[in-house]
Design a protein around this ligand. Sequence first.
Ligand SMILES: [Zn+2]
Length: 484
Amino acid sequence: MRFLAWLLAAALAFTPRAFAQSQPLPDLGDSGASELPPATERRIGESIMRDIRARDPAFLDDPEIADYLNSLGARLASSAPGARADFEFFPLRDSTVNAFALPGGFIGVHTGLISASDNESEVASVLAHEMAHVTQRHIARQLGLQKQMQLPMMIATAAAILFARSRPDLAQGAAIASHGAAIQTQLAFNRDFEREADRLGFQTLAGAGFDVRAMSTFFEKMQRHARAFDDGKVPGYLRTHPVTTERISDAETRSLTLPYRQHADSIEYHLVRAKVRAEAPDPHDAVRIFGDAVKDRRFASEPGARYGLAIALLRAQDPKGAEAEVARLRAASVASPMVDILAARTRSAQGDHAGALGVLKAAYARYPQRRPVLYATLDTLQAMNQPEQVIATLAEPLRIYPRDAKLHEARAKAYASLGKRLLQHQAQAEVYLLRGSIVAAIEQLQLAQSAGDGNFYELSAVDARLKELRAEHAREMADQRRPK
Ligand SMILES: [Zn+2]
């Protein structure tokens, strides 16, 4: 049943401390959950995240889409009252229109949601709503996760309910996994939670300068879609966040209280949506669809259409055709790191890794904050079999982003290519630790200790880190055993 536990989804809710203090929680039921320490919430979320990453085939390891969702989320979070939340957004390759939150601020977004949107404000309205479920601790309260409950039980309960919400076909398996937790009655949020998430989500959306009418238009669109579906195929979001006529009219009424403000969609929104839409199962279908759109000039955004066509051509093994589209984007002065990364991919696909590296180095100088460019640079160096260059390139970013597991992973790979075993296992330990598995991290450090190829200083660093992690692990075990 462990196998099934990854397939979760829907909205779990806890709140970072800062937000909790500034935003009094209305009394909507069980208060036990509100005392759950933020560190525990984060650990529940990390544990579920680890399962999703390792076992959910829908988990989409696409740094560009993730980067876009996170910058959109950060913009929203900065306007949510008092929220200094460590939200982490991640995409799932799933054509249903859905999004969901895990404890600790992890929010999953189905590609179907991005694909179905007509503008950036619609995507933002769903993210803002999910963020409110998190900051208001709705799921925690609904699940009745309590301080007295032992951690493994909390994780199993959270997993079961999440699972039931987004993949009802597999819910029974999850129910068994959680030792028969009573989940069937909790498939949807209650109306008070939905209303509250709408209200706060609306404030966040308005504060961040998005088009506030997007919330009601997107709800309406989903309701229309729902009518066109057979029973079992209602879009996931409607099942987990029942959209009622009342919610639509509430959102509409709210938007009338504010002056109309147009929001210009970012170029990244158009590129990301095109990338998602270009993922049609058969790349030739995608080439045809985007090709027709470009030819007939039927598009909301020409850069988006051309970018989608280029992605589709690349998937259809036509890198030269893709490169021609990139050249047109450049000629039209479309500036985005996503275009640079695409340009590099068209070079690599023609075997010109050095050319790709040149493009990426120039892009990195222009966008030093955009990590997808860095990841693409590291991948290219790896493909060129230049592990020393990988390590040199990583030095500065690792100082700035010490909690980026991808960077540690690239380092572990590079040391493995160089045959430096102590350093490889040491880097791999950090990868596991950041992905929430302290036991696996300890194992890696033990391997590093016995590798026998490190100098005195390297070995001392491994010893010290191992001591730290063992102490932390012992504390965690004691916490789990002790009823609080
Ligand atoms: Zn909701």
